[in-house]
Write a protein that binds this ligand. Sequence first.
Ligand code: 3PG
Length: 210
Amino acid sequence: MALMLADVLALSRIIPVITIDQVGQAVPLARLLLDLGFVVLEITLRTPCALEAIKCIANTVPGAVVGAGTVINLQQLAQVKEAGAQFAVSPGFSEQLVSEAKKQTLAYLPGIATPSEALKAYELGTTYLKFFPAESMGGIKTLSSIAEVLPIKFCPTGGVDQDNCINYLALPCVTCVGGTWITPRSLIQAQALDEIARRATEAQNLLKAL
Ligand code: 3PG
């Protein structure tokens, strides 16, 4: 059954953003993250095997809610749904993508970086947005200013890490954050699951303290 975006984002306060170079890396990584409490996983469409990775996780890791990141065109939106993604994320804002995701009943999180983009998204009925690239665009200061004038909830991503995620998560306008710090591409490539597990545990400990 299709999940609503609000339901997806309520499942986890941190969404690991994952880039998979070898499809075989996907399932062991998803299982590890799920075991350590990360239910929602975003696989970026930045590698040729990304769709296959989404399919493998969707088919073989029950309990994980797998979505696609870096969705930048309509064809990809259809492809990720077909692969079993339960949500899709874009780095920027596109009216076309918002309306197509609605038609396909796919939970969809568009990105914005400015008040004008956020207002446009609000006019179209969007209630959750990715704030990207969060740190480069002014971080908490900018996000708080945008959130003060628009009734929208955010998932800041881009430069969010172990040191600053707690400050974002403490804001009332922040539902969850996303980032690669738990699962950097280099560690996935090196199959350094121990280090990924260490980072995941460290992040969960932070959440417990919230
Ligand atoms: C994304 O796709 O959301 C970002 O690339 C994640 O940014 P980060 O690598 O700074 O966490």
